[in-house]
Design a protein around this ligand. Structure first.
Ligand code: UDX
Length: 451
């Protein structure tokens, strides 16, 4: 039936960063499978190359948008603010042209951080749909934070005694778990959140999550936001699609094939995290002392003041040759699926979190910034499938965490709970599951609007 529907077009506007591009492209694929034509508006920075998965997609570039060198000079938060200022007029112009050429546009789906799109959607009277690529709980946090008095909040955040207290209304999140350290000063972050959560002109919110993970946060949003909220994730299970911005080194799969079942610790800190040399050395020696095999993704430039791995000591290179493997970028989902993987040391970006739960792999959580602390707290205390490493990183705590996760009974129990969640997540995207139904409801809401 779906194939016969006249193809309507959906416009997608991703944030140009791996953790946002990936779920947006998966969403595009899911909507394409429902019969829509897809146009992706990209900036000049971090463009997705058209792969087999997107051969039918139409890619357009927003002229005048910022470039790689702008990011280097501005830092991530200022880059985002400037991107929103720079793109508003040119996007409006491009969208107007597309409407003239392609006619029927069902809606504009933009990443919540690409808030510049709202005025164009309003001007052309197109439904504006917000896509949140982070968890529902992180969305709740942003909504709560945007309403606070920034001066009072700043005083609280600077008080060391407040850090470990649970934030009122956000149990089990503590002040220190809030997403307030996103690459810039709190004042600027709160300013951005105010824009992000201003959804007055939006017709719906799509979230890459599932009700079996975050039912109370989703219920809170449904009540607060006054527009339909569609939890349709995890999208990598619903519509997997390759949108890696870096080249994947597949040789690590061959290495994994030679390891014992559930013995390997996989380490990856996502596409943005920057680690201090001191912490990297504690990680290295902790891994060494744990005696477990490890697969470590060290992204070039991710260790401060190093090009790649040159700050690792000579003895560690010998250990790597013996029972480790280092790559610049891995096919992460495939790695997590591999039977040799026993645990995932992660920065707890939302995609990595969903990918790990989706494969039933328990985690060591070492969050850096933004929503990662929220996810880490949920992994440890709500889903109970993660061990969080807090405070200063030491080789002893690293060794202990690896052993607890891979060798101890505690780790085996975490894996059992993770496997249970894996089943639930997979069921949610199958026919009849909550996320599958939610996607169908979103699609029929677009059909209702057109009639
Ligand atoms: C960013 C934020 O930091 C994160 O907190 C937010 O939730 C999304 O945006 P990032 O830090 O890159 O994302 O983390 P994450 O969300 O985990 O996304 C990383 C993606 O890169 C994952 O889909 C992962 O599979 C992929 N990846 C990572 C690889 O394909 N190979 C690797 O070697 C490492």
């Amino acid at each position: 039936m779906e194939e016969k529907r006249v193809k309507r077009r959906i416009v997608l506007v991703p944030v140009p960063a791996q953790g946002h591009v990936t779920p947006m492209m998966q969403l595009g694929k899911a909507l394409h499978l429902k019969g829509f034509s897809i146009t992706v508006f990209q900036t000049q920075y971090n463009r997705v190359s058209s792969s087999e998965d997107f051969s039918d997609f139409h890619f357009l570039t927003i002229p005048g948008s910022l470039t790689d060198s702008d990011l280097k000079n501005l830092g991530a938060l200022q880059f985002l603010i400037k991107l929103n200022q720079t793109c508003e007029a040119s996007f409006k112009h491009c969208l107007g042209q597309l409407l003239q050429e392609a006619g029927d546009i069902a809606c504009v789906v933009s990443d919540e951080y690409m808030y510049f799109t709202k005025s164009a959607s309003k001007e052309f009277q197109l439904p504006s749909v917000i896509f949140s690529t982070t968890s529902a709980t992180a969305f709740v946090c942003r909504s709560v934070l945007a309403k606070l008095n920034p001066d009072k909040f700043l005083i609280d955040m600077n008080d060391p005694e407040v850090q470990d207290k649970v934030f009122p209304g956000l149990h089990p999140l503590r002040y220190k778990d809030l997403p307030t350290s996103a690459f810039g000063p709190i004042e600027s972050i709160l300013e951005v959140y105010t824009e992000v959560v201003n959804i007055q002109t939006a017709s719906a919110v799509i979230i890459n999550s599932a009700s079996c993970l975050e039912s109370s946060s989703l219920a809170w949003l449904q009540e607060e936001l006054q527009v339909p909220v569609y939890p349709i994730g995890p999208l990598h299970l619903a519509a997997s699609a390759c949108s890696s911005l870096l080249e994947e080194d597949r040789s690590c799969i061959e290495w994994l094939n030679k390891q014992k079942p559930r013995s390997v610790i996989y380490i990856s800190l996502g596409s943005l995290a920057l680690i201090e040399t001191k912490d990297m050395l504690e990680m290295a020696w902790g891994l060494s002392n744990s005696n477990q095999p490890f697969l470590w993704v060290i992204r070039p430039g991710s260790i401060r003041a190093s090009e790649w791995t040159e700050s690792l000591p000579e003895e560690f290179s010998e250990l790597v040759a013996e029972r480790g493997y280092i790559v610049k970028w891995a096919p992460q989902v495939e790695v997590l699926k591999h039977p040799a993987v026993g645990g995932f040391w992660s920065h707890c970006g939302w995609n990595s979190t969903l990918e790990s739960i989706g494969e039933g792999v328990p985690m060591i959580c070492r969050p850096f910034t933004a929503d990662q602390r929220v996810n880490a707290r949920y992994l440890e205390t709500v889903w109970r499938i993660g061990i969080q490493l807090e405070g200063e990183l030491g080789k002893e705590s690293v060794e202990r965490a690896v052993k607890r996760l891979v060798m101890d009974e505690e780790g085996a129990e975490m894996r059992e709970r993770a496997m249970d969640l894996k089943e639930k997540l997979n069921a949610s995207v199958r026919s009849g599951g909550s996320s599958c139904k939610s996607l169908a409801d979103f699609v029929s809401s677009l059909e209702t609007k057109s009639s």
